[in-house]
Structures are given as C-alpha cells and as structure tokens.
Ligand binder design. Sequence first.
Ligand code: 13P
Length: 240
Amino acid sequence: MTKIIIGNQKMYMDKEDVLSFVNDIKSYDKGSVPVILCPTFVYLDYYKDVCKVGAQNVSINDNGSYTGEVSASQLSSLGINYCIVGHSERRNFQKETDDEINKKIKKLLEKDIVPILCVGEKKEERDNNLTEIIIKKELEQDLKDITRDNIDKIIIAYEPIWAIGTGLTPTNSEIDETITFIKNYLKTIYNDVNVTVLYGGSVSEKNVDELNSIASVDGYLIGGASTKFASLSYIIDSQK
Ligand code: 13P
C-alpha cells in the first residue's frame, strides 16, 4: 500500500541547500505517491510549485501584535495546506503545552489547514509500559472539543521521542501495536472514524523497506532523511 510521505525539514538547511534540494525534487517523478514537505517558514515559498507544502508551527493567535509569530490566516494566504503541531522538540524546547497545541489545531482547522499532530513517549515511559497511557493523555488534551466532523481532517504522527534523530526505532510489532492503539482509541471516541496515522523517528533509506511491511502505518513523518534528496527519493520510490 502506498504510504504518505511527509518531510519535517526542521531548522536544517541554509538557502543554498534548499535551492539545490528544490531543484532536484522539481525534476524527479514522484509518481502518485503523496509527498508533503515542511521547511521552515522562510523557505515555504520555494517549495510551492514542486510539491504539497506544510509549515512546522503556527501561532495560537489571529493576526495582530505578536512579534515573530505566524498565523493560520497568513499560512492560508500563502496557499499552505498542512502544518505540524505538537512536535516533541517544541514540547521540550519551547515548553509548548497540550492546551496550546489544542488551540493551534483549532486555528488551523478554521483555515482548512490539515494539522499533523505529533504524539509519543519517552524511553523510560516505554520501558515502564506507559506508552499507551501517555499517548491517550496527549490525544485527549490535544483534541479537546474537536468534533466528529473535524477529526478525519487531522493527521496523527506517532513519534517515539527516543527514536527521533537517534537511529533507534521500535520493532515493527511495537509500532503496529501503538498505531493500532491510536486508531482504535479514536474509533471509540469518534464513532468508528478512520484517522490517518503516520510513524516518525529515524525513518531512512536504510530501514524503510522493513517498515513498509507494517500495514497499520499510513505513512511516515521523516526528519533528517527528508533533507537529503537521495534518501528521500529512495523512500518515495519504495512506495511505487
Ligand atoms: P528523524 O527522522 O530525523 O529521526 O526525525 C523524526 C522527526 O522528528 C520528524 O518529525
């Protein structure tokens, strides 16, 4: 089954790197594989004509006096259709709370931008069998007051924090179990809804063939490997 490929390019590339990357993507045939790339705000415009584009963050506020922030309305006016929210790096470094993440999701939905909501556990939480409890708590708080009409407009990304940028991944059966847990939890809350759930954390050209066999995984949220054309194109080709 073809999986959705989303690249979270974080704060990795300078302009020269971006121009060369965009040039490579432009002349590459993605076939029918859905590819969404999420560069930092300053590069959004460079990607617009070559693929679907997402932002990595959005303000909890509407347009106004908020220096350094970017609103959902501004993203929408640029034609941006996706936005990552609740990434563990923002939860950790910017101390982003579940309440703020919930507000951001609502702002994005108002502007018809698809939120890509990240959830996941720390290593010690997995070791102590707390993964499902942690994820349920995040989903409950982040999706507070989100209605049945809106839930399937949201993409969920399961990203174990300890797998991000480390080269470590859970086993295929651990990934399958957690993704199935997320899907079943949302089905219970939202009357049998089917939500798209991605896996993220050290996905690369080295392990994608093995990960592809997990049927419950609808796609990948890829960090480091999404900034290298050779790695990203290998991952996309593996879906054809
Ligand atoms: P890496 O693929 O670099 O581990 O990052 C994953 C991630 O955080 C995507 O959002």
